[in-house]
Design a binder for this molecule. Sequence first.
Ligand SMILES: [Mn+2]
Length: 312
Amino acid sequence: MAAPILVFGHKNPDNDAISAAVGYAYLKNELAKRAGSDAVYEACRLGGLPPETEWILGENGIEAPRLIESLSEGQQVILVDHNETLQSADGLDAAEIVEIVDHHRLGGLVTAQPLRFNAKPVGSTAAIVAREFEIEGVELPRGIAALLLGAMLTDTVIMKSPTTTDFDRDIIARTAAAVGVDPVEYGMSIFKCRSNPAELPVDKLVNADAKEFELSNGNKVYIGQYETVDLQAVLGREAEIREAIKGLVADKGYQFVLFFATDILAEGSQFICEGDTDFVNRAFDIDCTGKSVWMPGVLSRKKQVAAPILAL
Ligand SMILES: [Mn+2]
């Protein structure tokens, strides 16, 4: 049997990174069977399972994807939900990227071989994957449908994020109907099953959904987001969070670390920043030096937080 082609999302995986990998590996295996090919696709992950992903996988009897840390030379891979080396598996440079399925900006990746690149400026990678099932005419099993629906709802903050498009709303409606749930109720139940932010170890809170980016000056920054239905429980730990992100600035040499807690009910985010806070102050015309700042309407890292920072 051929060596499996590995399908995985970004480091510090969120629900979309894992669900899109599981869904896309399933689709590719079905398409290979249909074509009489002996290609095998295996979903993997580059980090721990988010609590909501663990819950949805368990509810639907789907095995968690295998944890991998690095790639061997020549390994064939499909990247989902990312396209930046900094956010991908170690050893990617010597691997062969056969496909990318993503909804992020382009981050400078160079490949040796031609590849299929399925990118859309939509709310989640899971939505692109669910649409591929329709395009290919492959039946979506209920469990995979529930998994993809969950990721469409977490990535779009239950369709409130400005990244949400008509493409997302349409596919969410069709997928929710197939699963037999109301999308908004299902989304709320997923956000509520996340661990209590008052009890989470501070490094988990800060790193749960964090990404490295490189500024045009070559310096690296780290931007972490924590979406919650209990903002006060997060803000009660501001001093601890500040110490943790100060530590990251010192240990990893980041120009700054920006952590923001997103209140999905109030629809805004509280910024907590350490390091070169002036840079962040300029990007958003705020003063977050030594104090946290409420940013009404800010729900999306890629569109409302990373984009203005990377544009400076
Ligand atoms: Mn995503």
